[in-house]
Design a protein around this ligand. Structure first.
Ligand code: CUA
Length: 308
């Protein structure tokens, strides 16, 4: 699925940016057309068939005033519009606590909702029509948070958190991407924002805050053991287990996500392929190939897909 276009804004912030972009575009078109027309006119109308000194215009006051005042007026008008657009696209925070925290990692997004004690990855859920403050940070290199239909793009600088408002006018799935080259998998550092009605958002948040029941019997229980024994737990956290590492995406509710690593749909077949050889799906990924055996793969898939 391609990342959504900046030309289909779905929030007041993105609409303000889109509006200004169109004004700048049409002003540029007008200037380009005017200059082209004057050049063509000069070429055709004043073609010099009989070489000689042309008419001199040095010291023409009205010409000098025109070409000085005109550009100043255009730049000043665009400057004023830019200021109002910045206020609309990036309103002041006034000490508002962040509603969610997004941390960029090579090459995935850690997503936390501090008040609800929810931790997830790559998939952000927001309620329709309500502005949320997002705290942006990075765990390694400079990334860039960008969901074009929902607002401005912003660098995520390690050790220098910043805040950005995110909002959606309509329910839907909005795809964003990392906007700053950050290594091998930069192009696949995709982000998914699911905007849903308030009640659905609250239900999602409640479900994500639950500690999932750990399987005690069957192949899924074997999977839970494989997860601990084959060192998956050294990087991935799952609530309700001993694994609380934060090196890689939290997998507490991995079965409820729509994609794996934002590259392939979250199906048992794809999960199996991913676990068998992560590099085949996301080359350069920091997830190692653990050389899992067929029974181990089967058990892990059953366990992880059951974590809804
Ligand atoms: Cu992260 Cu590019």
């Amino acid at each position: 699925m391609p990342v959504n276009s900046v030309f289909s804004p779905s929030s007041p912030q993105a609409a303000a940016i889109g509006h200004l972009s169109w004004i700048v575009f049409w002003v540029s078109v007008a200037i380009f057309s005017l200059v082209t027309a004057v050049v063509l006119l000069a070429v055709i109308r004043f073609r010099n068939d009989s070489p000689g000194e042309p008419v001199q215009v040095f010291g023409s006051r009205w010409m000098e005033v025109t070409w000085t005042v005109g550009p100043i007026a255009i730049v000043a008008a665009l400057f004023g519009l830019t200021i109002t657009t910045m206020q609309a696209a990036d309103p002041p925070v006034h000490g508002h606590p962040p509603d969610l925290v997004v941390v960029g990692h090579q090459w995935w997004w850690e997503v936390r909702y501090p008040a609800a004690h929810v931790v997830t990855a790559n998939e952000v859920h927001i309620p329709v029509g309500r502005r949320l403050l997002v705290r942006l940070d990075s765990g390694d290199v400079i990334h860039n948070f960008w969901v074009p239909p929902l607002g401005p793009k912003r660098d995520m600088v390690p050790g220098r958190p910043s805040d950005i408002w995110i909002e959606a006018d309509r329910a839907g799935v909005y795809l964003g991407a990392c906007g700053e080259y950050c290594g091998t998998e930069h192009a696949w550092m995709r982000l998914r924002v699911v905007a849903e009605p308030e009640a659905a958002f609250q239900a999602w948040q409640r479900a994500q805050a639950q500690v999932p029941a750990q399987p005690t019997t069957g192949v899924a229980a074997q999977g839970a053991r494989v997860f601990q024994q084959r060192t998956c737990a050294s990087c991935h956290a799952i609530s309700g287990t001993e694994g609380q590492a934060r090196v890689a995406p939290d997998l507490t509710h991995v079965g409820s996500r729509s994609t794996l690593a934002e590259v392939v749909a979250n199906t048992p077949e794809n999960l199996r392929a991913w676990l068998a050889n992560p590099d085949a799906i996301k080359p350069g990924s920091n997830m190692p190939n653990l050389q899992l055996t067929d029974p181990e793969l089967r058990a892990l898939v059953a366990y992880l897909e059951g974590l809804k």
